[in-house]
Design a protein around this ligand. Structure first.
Ligand code: ADP
Ligand code: MG
Length: 241
């Protein structure tokens, strides 16, 4: 694990939603522009566990989505492994994202009509031949490793919240990402299940060196991180706490 080399570099990033023009003629000209991020810079080292905190609406999800290449900054740059992700387009961007990043969301984001096993395999189903490993086998192993060996053929609706989040973690891990981005992963779980999910993510970070950026409202969870950054109205303080 190379602790010191940066995996993520967010450089003077701004994100404005909307263009400042009225959305509809029938509504009086109310400008629609939200300055969600305002000159944010953040470096995350390989192997780090960073907690991203801040009030609702402070720009946490926006920042995570930009790091995850799901959205583009209005201004500034995001580099991952030194690659300016704005230079990647179409398939190259999709390949890069799939090979580098795993996402975990508060509401699990599983496909309700697919089984646990199918949900885990889903990101690689179109790429099974290119994957370089046996996708169903790895999906089964990941689920078994998360204690879900008897839930492979259950639908999400037949699983508890904690189990659904473990399926989502297995899905995020399928392609051996270097970086896991988790947006309030325990926000929809009771404290027992939340602690178990956090312990799982910490083990991935500590034992496998997976870099972890995690949004949380829970000070107990933030306290487990190597570093806490606090967003306030789309800004990070100059000195990170
Ligand atoms: N797609 C969008 N279109 C317009 N405004 C948005 C969009 N997404 C987020 N926002 C606004 O940007 C600000 C930051 O949102 P977000 O990043 O979701 O905050 P957080 O995750 O900290 O609650 C909020 O004011 C939110 O309403
Ligand atoms: Mg959010």
């Amino acid at each position: 694990m190379q602790e010191s080399s940066p995996l993520v570099q967010v450089e003077q990033v701004y994100k404005v939603y909307g263009d400042g023009t009225a959305r509809s003629r029938s509504v009086a000209a109310t400008p629609f522009a939200v300055h969600a991020l305002d000159n944010v810079s953040l470096t995350i080292a390989k192997g780090e566990f960073v907690a991203i905190c801040g009030p609702s609406g402070s720009g946490k999800s926006t920042l995570l989505n930009l790091i995850g290449t799901l959205d583009k900054p209005t201004n500034g740059r995001v580099l991952i492994n030194g690659v300016d992700v704005s230079t990647l387009k179409g398939n190259a961007l999709a390949d890069f994202r799939r090979n580098t990043i795993g996402f975990i969301f508060q509401l699990f984001n599983l496909v309700p009509s697919l089984t646990a096993l199918e949900n885990v395999m889903l990101p690689l189903i179109p790429y099974r031949r290119k994957a370089g490993f046996n996708v169903p086998e790895r999906a089964r192993e990941l689920l078994a490793g998360l204690g879900l060996e008897n839930r492979l053929n259950h639908l999400p609706g037949q699983l508890s919240g904690g189990e659904q989040q473990r399926v989502a973690i297995a899905r995020a891990l399928l392609n051996r990402p270097q970086l896991i981005l988790a947006d309030e992963p325990t926000g929809n779980l009771d404290s027992q299940n939340g602690s178990e999910i956090l312990a799982l993510l910490q083990r991935l970070n500590q034992e496998q060196g997976v870099t972890l950026a995690l949004i949380t409202h829970d000070p107990g969870i933030a306290a487990q991180a190597n570093r806490v950054v606090q967003l306030q109205d789309g800004r990070l303080p100059d000195v990170e706490v």
